[in-house]
Design a protein around this ligand. Structure first.
Ligand SMILES: Nc1ncnc2c1ncn2[C@@H]1O[C@H](COP(=O)(O)OP(=O)(O)OP(=O)(O)O)[C@@H](O)[C@H]1O
Ligand SMILES: [Mg+2]
Length: 458
C-alpha cells in the first residue's frame, strides 16, 4: 500500500480528506504542522504529499508551506508534492511549482478532482521508480559484466558461465563467428580471475607466418637460427602469472599443435634452440571462429589438443540469433559513440531500428559498431536514419540479403518472395514447369495456380 501524507492545519479539512480518501487504498498519514510533517516524511517516505501552504505560525502567508516543500524535496526529490492553496493564491501556486511541487489545488476541496490528481501523482511516482530501478540494473550489469552487453538467454548463459569458471584455472575455448565478442569474453574472464593483476598476452595463431609461430610462442635462444642475435622470451613466458589468449587456435599448424599440447600437459616450455625446461604458470583461453569438431573430422585439428583446451566451451551465438540484443547493443553503442565523438545524436528513426532488427549481421557486433560509428559521424540530424546506416533509404536492410522491411506487411513480403522464387526456378529450368515445381517442392497444379496468381507468363 502506498503512503500518502496530508498536511493541513484545518482539522475539518483533515477529517474531510481522511474519510473522503478512505476507500482509495492509501496508507494515510496526517499532520497539522511542518515539523510534524517532516518527521513523518522522513519516517515513511511517502510517494505523494498534499501540502497546505498557509500553515502555523504563518497562517496568512505561504512561507511555512514553502519551507515544508523545500525540505521534503531535499530529503526525497522524487516525492510528488501537491500544494493546496486558498482561493486567491494563484501566484503562490505557481511559485510552488517552480520550487518543484508536482501540482497545485485550490480550496475549497473538490474530492473527486483531488483524487484524480493524487492518483496521477502516484502513477508517475511508480513509473519513475521503476525506471530508476531498471536504469540502475542496466548500468550495474554493464559494469559487472566487463562491458558485455546483452540480455538474450544465450548471453545470460554465457555471463553465468564466465562467473562460474573465471576464478579457476581451467582452460577455456571461446567459439563463435567473427565479431561476436570472443576477445571481449576472454578479457572478461581474465579480469574476473585471480590472475587479473598479471598480464593478458594475446597471440593470433592465424596471423603469424608458420615458420615464426614457434619462436613467437616459446621464444628462442641466441643463435638458434640465422638472425637470432639474442635470446628472446616467447609470449607464453611473458604470460606467466596471467592469461594466454590464443586467438584463432584453429589456424595453428598441426606440428605446433603437438608442441602446444606438450606444453599444456607439462606446463614447461623450451625456447627454440634451447634444451632447458622453463616452467610457466599460465591460464589458457583460446578462441576459434571455425567449427573445431569439423576440423577434427577433417584431420586438421588434433583431438587430444581439443580435449586439453576445450575443457569448458563458451559459445557465442551470432547476433542475428540474439533476440532483442540488436536494440540493446545499438542503444549502448549509440550513446558511447555519440559521447566519444561529442555529437548530439540521441536515438534512432523508426526506419533505422527496423533495418537494424531485420538485417542479418554477417559481421556481427563488430559490424554493428562500425556501421553506427559511421552513421553518427556522418549524420547531421539528432536521429540516426536507415540511410545513414548504409541500408539505403527504403527503410529496409535490403540489397545485402534480400530482407527488406519497408512498409510491407508479412503477406506482401511472402507474395514477393514467392513470385521471385518461382521466376528464378522457371529461369533456371528454362521454363520447364515439371522441373521448376519439383525444385520448389510443390505440385504441378499448385504451380499453375501460383503462376496465375502472380500473373507470370511462362
Ligand atoms: N556483448 C557485447 N557487448 C558490447 N560490445 C561487444 C559485445 N560483443 C562484442 N562487442 C564489441 O564488438 C567488437 C568485436 O568483438 P571481439 O573483437 O571480441 O570479437 P571476436 O569474436 O574476437 O571477433 P573475431 O573473430 O573477428 O576476432 C569489439 O569492439 C567488442 O568490444
Ligand atoms: Mg577476435
Amino acid at each position: 500500500m502506498e503512503n500518502l501524507l496530508i498536511v493541513d492545519d484545518n482539522e475539518d479539512v483533515l477529517t474531510q480528506l481522511k474519510w473522503g480518501l478512505a476507500g482509495d487504498d492509501y496508507r494515510l498519514h496526517l499532520a497539522t504542522r511542518v515539523d510534524q510533517a517532516l518527521e513523518i516524511f522522513r519516517k515513511v517516505s511517502p510517494g505523494v504529499v498534499t501540502l497546505d501552504l498557509g500553515l502555523p505560525p504563518h497562517v496568512d502567508s505561504s512561507e511555512e508551506g514553502f519551507r515544508g516543500l523545500s525540505e521534503m524535496l531535499k530529503i526525497n526529490p522524487s516525492a510528488k508534492v501537491i500544494v493546496v492553496t486558498g482561493n486567491d493564491e494563484r501566484e503562490n501556486a505557481l511559485q510552488a511549482i517552480k520550487l518543484g511541487a508536482f501540482d497545485f489545488f485550490r480550496k475549497p476541496i473538490d474530492l473527486d478532482e483531488l483524487r484524480v490528481i493524487i492518483r496521477r501523482a502516484f502513477h508517475l511516482h511508480a513509473i519513475e521508480r521503476e525506471n530508476t530501478v531498471q536504469q540502475g540494473a542496466v548500468e550495474e550489469e554493464v559494469r559487472d559484466h566487463c562491458g558485455i552487453v546483452g540480455a538474450c538467454p544465450a548471453i545470460r548463459g554465457v555471463l553465468n558461465l564466465i562467473g562460474k569458471v573465471a576464478a579457476s584455472d581451467v582452460p577455456i575455448l571461446v567459439s563463435g563467428e567473427s565479431g561476436t565478442g570472443k576477445e571481449l569474453v576472454a578479457r572478461a574472464i581474465h579480469s574476473r580471475s585471480l590472475r587479473k593483476k598479471g598480464p593478458m598476452v594475446c597471440i593470433n595463431c592465424g596471423a603469424i607466418p608458420e615458420n615464426l609461430i614457434e619462436s613467437e610462442l616459446f621464444g628462442h635462444e641466441k643463435g638458434a637460427f640465422t638472425g637470432a642475435v639474442s635470446t628472446v622470451q616467447g609470449k607464453v613466458e611473458y604470460a606467466s602469472g596471467g592469461t594466454l589468449f590464443l586467438d584463432e587456435i584453429g589456424e595453428l599448424p598441426v606440428n605446433l599443435q603437438v608442441k602446444l599440447l606438450r606444453f599444456l600437459q607439462e606446463m614447461v616450455i623450451q625456447r627454440v634452440g634451447g634444451r632447458k625446461d622453463i616452467a610457466v604458470n599460465v591460464r589458457i583461453v583460446a578462441a576459434t571462429n571455425i567449427d573445431i569438431a569439423a576440423a577434427i573430422a577433417a584431420g586438421t585439428f588434433r583431438e587430444d589438443l581439443y580435449y586439453r583446451i576445450g575443457v569448458v566451451n563458451i559459445h557465442l551465438p551470432p547476433l542475428r540469433e540474439r533476440e532483442g540484443d540488436v536494440r540493446l547493443l545499438s542503444e549502448y553503442f549509440l550513446n558511447r559513440i555519440a559521447a566519444d565523438l561529442g555529437k548530439n545524436v540521441t536515438g534512432f528513426a523508426p526506419d533505422a531500428m527496423a533495418s537494424l532488427e531485420t538485417y542479418a549481421w554477417p559481421g556481427n557486433i563488430r559490424e554493428l559498431e562500425n556501421r553506427l560509428r559511421r552513421a553518427v559521424l556522418l549524420t547531421d540530424s539528432t536521429l540516426v536514419t536507415s540511410e545513414a546506416l548504409g541500408f539505403g533509404g527504403d527503410g529496409g536492410a535490403g540489397g545485402q540479403d534480400g530482407f527488406s522491411l519497408g512498409d510491407k506487411t508479412l503477406k506482401e513480403a511472402r507474395a514477393m518472395v514467392e513470385k521471385k522464387m518461382i521466376a528464378a526456378a522457371l529461369a533456371k529450368h528454362e521454363g520447364n514447369i515439371v522441373k521448376a515445381s519439383e525444385a520448389l517442392g510443390i505440385s504441378r497444379p499448385t504451380m499453375y495456380d501460383l503462376l496465375k496468381k502472380h500473373g507470370i507468363e511462362n
